[in-house]
Design a protein around this ligand. Structure first.
Ligand code: PMP
Length: 317
């Protein structure tokens, strides 16, 4: 069985921030008539906080995540009654209150969704907003982070840009990712790669995709393809450029992954995960490549506060 099973081991915390304040974990409930539960109108984020070199906890690119949450809500016309600053502070207060549990790191999950009241697709009920935090180990497993994972191109396609709003991180859209992920895991792989409707590589079920050619050029699908504008993608592009690497944001086909020297996935949960096999073809040497390892190493140094150059990306608690 894949390492995926281990990553779903959710540990709860004492408090949840909900609709304006901190409440007990067990009180953070919603009614079964919650509109979003029926129709999927919700927006969310996944954010990580890391223990930094001086022992303090810092949230990585918190403001960018909250901005994307607000953008997602704007796309869906879901009205959030909290400002960017208020939501940033809400995330910080949740961690501050529970530092005893989260001193070594945390995963934060802000979510805003249409609450209960009226039913039917035309309803506009008040939006509920909640932020939870828990300990979430490496999403694709520690082994995956170190030695790489096996991916499979999915039979499910990333939706056309007029079907899903690709700039939004919208709850209902994740059924597509769940179908792809389950298919891949049940076939014995760790993760799914979804193609767009023209057959070009789009993204993984919850990660962006990078490949490195034989001559060291790094490629990732452009933002005009149906992909989430990953914050880790953006981070990694910046780090690679600062390392002197060229990064091309272009379309490429699935077989470009087969013949790549290196492939890796990026995401807040998955961090920088090497991919050593795609559709039963060994990628490169079948072990994490040098560029992947170098950027992964730098990524972990940055999020843990070892690189002053990128200190602006950290919000200390
Ligand atoms: N694509 C999808 C579909 C995702 O769910 C995620 C995770 N949020 C990503 C890419 C990576 O985005 P980020 O680096 O901002 O976490």
């Amino acid at each position: 069985m894949s390492s995926v099973a281990a990553s779903s081991n959710v540990l709860k915390s004492e408090k949840v921030w909900m609709d304006g304040g901190l409440i007990k974990w067990q009180d953070a409930n919603v009614h079964v008539m919650t509109h979003a539960l029926h129709y999927g109108l919700g927006v969310f984020e996944g954010i990580r906080a890391y223990k930094t070199k001086d022992g303090r906890l810092a949230v990585f690119r918190l403001r960018e995540h909250i901005r994307r949450l607000l953008d997602s809500a704007h796309i869906c016309m879901l009205k959030i009654n909290y400002s960017e600053d208020a939501l940033v502070e809400a995330c910080c207060s949740l961690l501050r209150e529970q530092l005893h549990q989260f001193k070594d790191g945390a995963y934060l999950r802000p979510i805003a969704f249409m609450g209960d009241g009226a039913m039917g697709l035309g309803a506009t009920n008040p939006t509920r907003v909640a932020i939870t935090a828990w300990d979430w180990a490496a999403y694709l497993g520690e082994k995956g982070l170190k030695h790489g994972i096996r991916a499979k191109v999915s039979s499910f396609t990333r939706m056309h840009v007029n079907v899903n709003m690709v700039r939004g991180k919208i709850t209902g859209q994740y059924v597509n990712s769940i179908l792809a992920k389950r298919e891949a895991v049940m076939a014995g792989y760790d993760e799914a790669v979804l193609l767009d409707i023209s057959g070009f590589v789009a993204e993984a079920s919850g990660e962006n995709v990078f490949c490195v050619g034989r001559h060291g050029a790094v490629r990732t699908p452009s933002l005009s393809s149906p992909i989430l504008r990953g914050i880790t993608r953006d981070t990694v592009i910046r780090l690679l450029k600062d390392m002197g690497r060229e990064v091309q944001e272009v379309s490429f086909t699935r077989d470009a992954l087969y013949i790549a020297a290196e492939v890796f996935f990026t995401g807040t949960a998955a961090e920088v995960t090497p991919v050593v096999e795609v559709d039963n073809r060994t990628v490169g040497t079948g072990t994490p490549g040098d560029i992947t390892k170098a950027v992964q190493d730098l990524y972990f140094r940055v999020v843990r506060g070892h690189e002053p150059k990128y200190a602006d990306w950290l919000t200390y608690i």
